[in-house]
Design a protein. Sequence first.
Length: 339
Amino acid sequence: MTELLRVENLCKYFPVEQGVLTSRIGRKVHAVDDVSFSINAGETLGLVGESGCGKSTTGRCVMRLLEPTSGTITFDGRDVGSMKRTALKAFRRDVQIIFQDPYASLNPRMTIGEIVWEPLLVHGIGDREERRNRVKELLEVVGLNPEHINRYPHEFSGGQRQRIGIARALALQPKLIVCDEPVSALDVSIQAQVVNLLDELQDTFGLTYLFIAHDLSVIRHISDRVAVMYLGKIVEMGDWRGLYDEPHHPYTQSLLSAVPVPDPVKQRTRERIILQGDVPSPIDPPSGCRFHTRCPIAQFPKCAEEEPPLAEVAPDHRAACHFAKPFPINLQGGSADAG
């Protein structure tokens, strides 16, 4: 497969300004810290982790909505960081984003027709009639009535608004779409519809997705490979089946052990991994392995002093843990310690 996107040693730090009572000069939030991954054309990479771990910041850096502190981003063989105005505008046609909140991401003063054709207008594609026809076609593709082109966002439900956002992302026929938690603000009954729509669109248009979410079941449904983030770093990465069936990193194991299963009898027999303590502050992250303060298998002083590399633990499966071992998990119920 052809590699479309490569991210190497990506870092994004946000400075913390001096407070009234405390001096914080020179301190910074380590939102994304030395993250590397690649995505092949036509593939979906799921980026999963709890709130505040740096998922959305990573996606925005990929699009250059945020300027990275350091690291390189290569898209289709081109260095994104060195792009100037003309090249960056062309890059915007190839990379689009679906935002998390369908209520906040649509301009309430614009009709949905104006919202969807705005990218076409900015890039000078087609005349007025051609743009209108393209918008109607896109609305039909995402399951909306093209006759509603003159309605405003407040006249639609949350799921319909997210479909409008998807239509806008498709307008320029992009190669890569960053899906920034596109279903987390929707009702559970609507989430499946939107995820299935994205799946169908990928098959129809040959799209590539960076799919950001905190819901493991959604990630499992749509992703070819999965990367798990914790406190600004990727701690485990692999194809979805290997990662879900035999996670090696203790953090991934704890996440998957918390996924409920529909059978109450099997649910009661499953082994839960309960993490102790709170997530450390990204302003002052722990030394060594960032997970060692909550890790049930941490060994000192090694885990507190040495940062583990993201090393291969199985074919096409990497984990950042000094003592990584498989922990088979059956998401249909039951789990067993591999030790």
